[in-house]
Write a protein that binds this ligand. Structure first.
Ligand code: SAH
Length: 213
């Protein structure tokens, strides 16, 4: 990946600030230190890549704030042997972070323009998710189920049932739930149709789209 010492320095500072904000998982911090976020930004915004903010990408979407990526990935408790499904590929940055931890990454994007963009970018950067799909994340991806982990990177007003169904027993779903603002939720599957539910901090995400644009 195309990187520079200047970018590496800025990235180390960003990672230190994430640690100060409470992120503790070393695998997550290491993964984020390794991935050049500037390569996932819109060209005009590259200078902001190591600020802890969300920024616009194409199709009225955003690349998630680094703190949010770190927070969600930490909650995932991802292991190298985990199969993980990501809903909302967006810029592909979170996908790249997941791929630093496990090679078994499946990712779904609803918007053609972003799907095409990341398809090209993944190829250029040599990133190889097991599957990169254009489709509706509400439905998950049944063909590769069950998953150990599922991460949703857009706000869902209600819990998508298909995602819970596609988890293996003991598997976990991290999802921002709510309409205007969201609480980060973690669902752990305890039986065929039983779940534990944990509620975490408050966030603001772009909405999970219900209809095809
Ligand atoms: N992880 C991404 C987050 C992008 S924002 C990043 O850091 O860049 C959320 C993404 O979810 C957007 O790209 C949006 O188009 C996508 N999305 C919205 N609704 C979706 C759906 N129903 N299925 C799959 N992706 C969806």
């Amino acid at each position: 990946m195309q990187d520079t010492t200047k970018h590496q320095g800025l990235r180390r500072q960003l990672i230190a600030s994430l640690r100060d904000k409470g992120i503790r998982n070393d695998a997550v911090l290491r993964a984020m230190e390794a991935i050049p976020r500037h390569l996932f930004m819109d060209p005009g915004l590259v200078n902001f890549a190591y600020e802890d903010n969300a920024y616009p990408i194409a199709a009225d979407q955003t690349i998630s704030q680094p703190y949010t990526v770190a927070y969600q990935t930490e909650l995932l408790q991802l292991k190298a042997s985990d199969k993980v499904l990501e809903i909302g590929t967006g810029s592909g940055y979170q996908t790249a972070v997941l791929l630093q931890i496990t090679s078994q990454v499946y990712t779904v994007e609803r918007q053609q323009v972003l799907f095409k963009k990341t398809q090209h970018l993944f190829k250029k950067l040599g990133l190889r998710p097991k599957k990169h799909l254009f489709g509706d994340g509400y439905l998950g991806y049944e063909n590769a189920a069950p998953y150990h982990k599922i991460i949703v990177t857009a706000a869902a007003p209600t819990l998508p049932k298909a995602l819970l169904n596609q988890l293996e027993i003991g598997g976990q779903l991290i999802i921002p739930l709510g309409a205007k603002e969201q609480f980060m939720m973690r669902f752990t599957k305890t039986g065929k149709s039983t779940f534990d539910k944990e509620k975490f901090g408050r966030f603001r995400f772009v909405p999970l789209l219900q209809n095809k644009n």
